[in-house]
Design a protein around this ligand. Structure first.
Ligand code: DAH
Length: 340
């Protein structure tokens, strides 16, 4: 009896499940009603009484081993991807997950498209910029606060200072240095400031710079261009308002407000009950800036403007926490699918 048990045990241990049919073959051979283990129980009748208990225990252990081998083989069979495929080759493939454009990309593209319609080209410059293009050529005096370590991320200090650009106005200089008027260009890009991150400020954000230089360009051209832009982006009924301001690179300079798109100028907490929302800075390019880039300020004049993409997106999408734009939270990003 012991020999027979040992013999079946050896067969179990060396059994190879090669094909999926082998699982059922195994069951029939060892565990089936006419299988080898059932046969052993039948033989138990002829075993002398004093050996019955021991033999019975050995057969039970053998049966348990066969059962666990069978269960494991069955599990293996169903979890194998090949076998899953074998089950139903006509099954439809799972849906592909479609991505979506980032809200800032959507707005940037909308703004760029507006200016493309009126003949502006697109230009880009480096994010790591030297002092000349970011500050000096734009008429920043040496002691201007933006040149301070507290406001700007410097990479190299000293004679030839290198920093992460603090605005896209640096691209103005590069375009003027590299081309002859007439110039009509917009420059979208990322900018950096040494700010603590909060709902209202971030250490990086996005701007779009505009520059128009030709003979006889006037402040009226600037106003009309910005009105066109505001009405294309915020709706045909949008009004603009210019408030005198100061930038080192423009003279005169102004800040531009649009009539509040949220309350239709009736007064709400977004426009702080003024009916107006500030959207950009602008002005006539200072003759010093033209000359610094090799453009004859007696012959040419021009205007420039710069806006924050996050600010425009905030007004269009009513997002009030700047951090959302860079957290990559899918619950936020998925909401912009329909805007494609
Ligand atoms: N560079 C300014 C800023 O970062 C924005 C700006 C204002 C750009 C007036 C201009 C301009 O071109 O004319 O705040």
């Amino acid at each position: 009896m012991k020999e027979q048990i040992q013999n079946i045990e050896n067969q179990l241990s060396s059994y190879k499940f090669k094909a999926s049919e082998d699982v059922e073959k195994f069951r029939i051979q060892f565990l089936g009603s006419k299988g080898q283990i059932k046969g052993l129980y039948a033989l138990l009748r002829d075993v002398p009484n004093d050996k019955k208990k021991e033999s019975g225990q050995l057969i039970n252990a053998l049966k348990q081993k066969a059962e666990s081998l069978f269960e494991a083989a069955k599990k293996n069979q169903t979890s194998s991807p090949v076998n899953k495929l074998k089950e139903d080759l006509t099954r439809p493939a799972p849906d592909l997950k479609l991505g979506s454009h980032h809200p800032l990309s959507i707005i940037r593209r909308e703004i760029v498209d507006v200016f493309k319609k009126i003949g502006f080209s697109i230009s880009e410059g480096p994010e790591i910029e030297d002092d000349w293009h970011n500050f000096s050529a734009l008429n920043f005096p040496p002691e201007h606060p933006a040149r301070d370590m507290q406001d700007t991320f410097f990479i190299e200090k000293g004679e030839n200072e290198i920093a992460l650009r603090t605005h896209t106005s640096s691209v103005q200089v590069r375009v003027m240095e590299g081309s002859e008027p007439p110039i009509r260009t917009i420059s979208p890009g990322r900018v950096y400031r040494n700010e603590a991150i909060s709902a209202r400020a971030h250490c990086f954000f996005h701007q779009i710079e505009g520059l128009y230089i030709d003979e006889g360009v006037s402040f009226a051209d600037l106003k009309q261009t910005l009105l066109f832009f505001a009405q294309e982006i915020f709706g045909a009924k949008t009004k603009i308002r210019l408030r005198p301001s100061y930038f080192p690179f423009t003279e005169p300079s102004a800040e531009v407000d649009v009539s509040c798109t949220i309350c239709k100028s009736k007064g709400c907490n977004v426009c702080k009950y003024t009916g107006w929302l500030e959207i950009l800075g602008c002005g006539m390019v200072d003759p010093n800036v033209l000359e610094a880039s090799g453009i004859d300020s007696k012959k040419y004049s021009g205007f420039a403007f710069g806006m924050g993409v996050e600010r425009i997106a905030q007004l269009k999408f009513k997002v009030n926490d700047l951090r959302m734009y860079s957290e990559n939270d899918l619950r936020f990003l998925n909401q912009f699918k329909s805007t494609l």
